[in-house]
Every structure is written in C-alpha cells, then in structure tokens.
Design a protein. Structure first.
Ligand SMILES: NC(=O)c1ccc[n+]([C@@H]2O[C@H](COP(=O)([O-])OP(=O)(O)OC[C@H]3O[C@@H](n4cnc5c(N)ncnc54)[C@H](OP(=O)(O)O)[C@@H]3O)[C@@H](O)[C@H]2O)c1
Length: 279
C-alpha cells in the first residue's frame, strides 16, 4: 500500500474502500471481503446507516485495530456543538473503537462551525487522529481553513476523470489539505466504464477502465475510496499499484475533465434546499 502523510503527520492509505449505499445487512460481509482483499482504510458515515456493520467486522476480523484507518462523517442532522459531540460518541460506539482515524463534516450546511468545534475537542482528547471536511467547495473550504484552530487535514469532494477538481485542488494544495475523492467512478455515470479513452489506455497495460481511472487519480495525488459490493471488483480496484500511466496517458485523461459535477452543485440553491430537508 502507498500512503500520504497528512498535515499533522498521520499516515493515510492512498486507497481505501467506501461503503456508501452498501446496505447495513450486507456491510459486514462486504467489509470482511474488502479486508481479505487487502483494504485497510474504510470510509463510512453516520448518514450511511452502516457504521455498526463496519464496527462489527473490525471487532471480528482478528486483526489489530492499529492496522486500520477508519473514516466517518458527522451528518447535517447532527450539526452544532452539542449534537455533534454526542454523535461522535455514538459513532465511536457503533464502530466499536476508542478512536476514529479521520472525522469529517459531511456537508457544509447548518451550524457546521459548532460541529467543527466538537471535532477539534475530540481531536485534542485523542478520540480522533485527524479532522477535516467534505463537500467544501473552494469558498467554504477557504473560510474554515482560515477560521479554525486545527486546520482541516482532508477535504473529501466529488473527484473523477470527468470532474478533476483542478481549481479546488489549487487551494487545498496551497494550505496542505489532502484531497480525497468521493465517487471515483462517478457511480458509473456518463457511461464511465465504457469510456473509449480509458479503454484504449487500459488496453496497453492489460488493465480495466476502473483501474486506469483509479491510477489516474492516484498519480494526481488524490486519495481514492472506490465502492463495490462484489469481491471480484474489490480485487480489480485494489490491483492498481503494478503499473504506471505515462505523461501522455495522463494528458489524454486530463482532456476528459468537464469541470463540473455529474451529480449536483453545492452552489445550486435547489440542491441546498434539498439538503435542508435532511437537517
Ligand atoms: N462525502 C460524500 O458526500 C460522499 C458521497 C458519495 C460517496 N462517498 C464515499 O465515496 C465512496 C465511493 O463513491 P461511490 O460509492 O458514491 O461511487 P463509486 O465508487 O464512484 O462507484 C460505485 C459504483 O461503481 C460500481 N463499481 C465499482 N467498481 C467497479 C468496477 N471495477 N467495474 C464496474 N463497476 C464497478 C459499483 O457497483 P457494485 O457495488 O455493484 O460493484 C457501484 O455501482 C462511497 O462508498 C463513500 O464511502 C462520499
């Protein structure tokens, strides 16, 4: 496994396993298969309803806790200092652990500064090894970067070949915040797995579209957490450290960037109103 070192010195695997939309009843099985495949970094969230499944697997798998890097996120409905503080305790309980490796604010809505204060406190108490944010577009990212005591170590944002986050990355790089991709395959949107450019490049190395896409992100210094409930795909997605894309391959893939979300924009008032319904 390759690692990045976060701004506070904590090492984080460059490749992990995501469990968004993994049904709670399948989570234990899936996470165990991911661990058997070799994944040691698992990305969950309060909102996914499967922290318990992740925790059960960690407890049962027989490997020491220190081998793992566990990320979870505080949801909008837990925004604000008091609620966030209680929710962090709840996450620790569900994950069956006395520390979380990386804790993120899931969405930049509601009293997320209150949330961040609770996270800073948990960090100082040793309950969390690193804190950060998710879905913070450059404006909100810069705001929290400047007005926080403990600076965000990570910003997890939609990042894939069709939205490479070139602008946002500039600012994260400037302040040493690690970019982490959610949706590295854009959940298959845009006929992702049949993309002719990725297919052609993969052909040269005997690699699949998924593997080329992940490799592109890794070589662009992006941490990735692809999700799959299928063991063969978990293996495929893990097997990306034995080849290297050339500068020419990278340039071709850079050409796929459309510069905008394939899901929704956090700048769009309708999207914001939709998120408000979840608060
Ligand atoms: N912070 C946030 O707001 C946020 C938002 C979204 C996601 N995330 C995190 O990021 C992780 C990854 O994103 P995501 O789950 O949204 O989407 P994703 O990883 O881009 O795509 C997952 C989809 O691709 C399929 N797939 C996976 N590997 C494949 C392969 N090798 N070949 C063909 N199909 C493949 C999966 O199907 P099967 O499962 O059927 O194999 C699933 O439908 C999440 O699990 C979650 O941890 C965070």
């Amino acid at each position: 496994m390759e690692y990045v070192t976060l701004k506070n010195g904590v090492k984080m695997p460059k490749l992990g396993y995501g469990v968004y939309q993994t049904p709670p009843e399948e989570t234990e099985k899936c996470v165990l298969e991911a661990i058997q495949t070799g994944y040691r970094s698992i990305d969950t969230a309060q909102a996914y309803g499967n922290e318990e499944g992740v925790g059960n697997t960690l407890a049962k798998c027989g490997l020491p806790r220190e081998e793992f890097f566990i990320t979870t996120k505080v949801w909008i409905s837990n925004a604000g200092y008091e609620k966030a503080k209680a929710s962090i305790e709840e996450s620790l309980k569900k994950l069956k652990t006395d520390y979380i490796d990386l804790l993120l604010i899931h969405q930049p809505f509601g009293d997320y500064y209150g949330t961040y204060r609770a996270m800073e406190e948990a960090y100082e108490e040793g309950k969390v090894r690193a804190i950060g944010v998710s879905n913070f577009y450059p404006d909100r990212y810069l705001d929290i970067e400047h007005f926080s005591k403990i600076k965000p170590a990570v910003n997890q944002v939609e990042t894939h070949v069709f939205w490479q986050q070139k602008e946002a990355k500039k600012y994260m790089k400037k302040y040493g915040t690690q970019i982490m991709s959610w949706g590295p395959f854009a959940e298959g949107k845009n006929d992702y797995f049949n993309n002719p450019v990725l297919k052609e490049i993969g052909g040269k190395y005997g690699k699949s579209v998924a593997q080329v896409a992940l490799r592109f992100l890794l070589q662009s210094d992006v941490v990735v957490i692809p999700k799959s409930v299928h063991k063969n795909r978990m293996e495929e997605n893990f097997n990306v450290f034995d080849f290297e894309l050339t500068a020419e391959d990278m340039a071709k893939i850079e050409g796929l960037d459309g510069g905008e979300s394939l899901f929704f924009s956090h700048y769009d008032p309708e999207t914001v109103e939709w998120f408000m319904t979840m608060a």
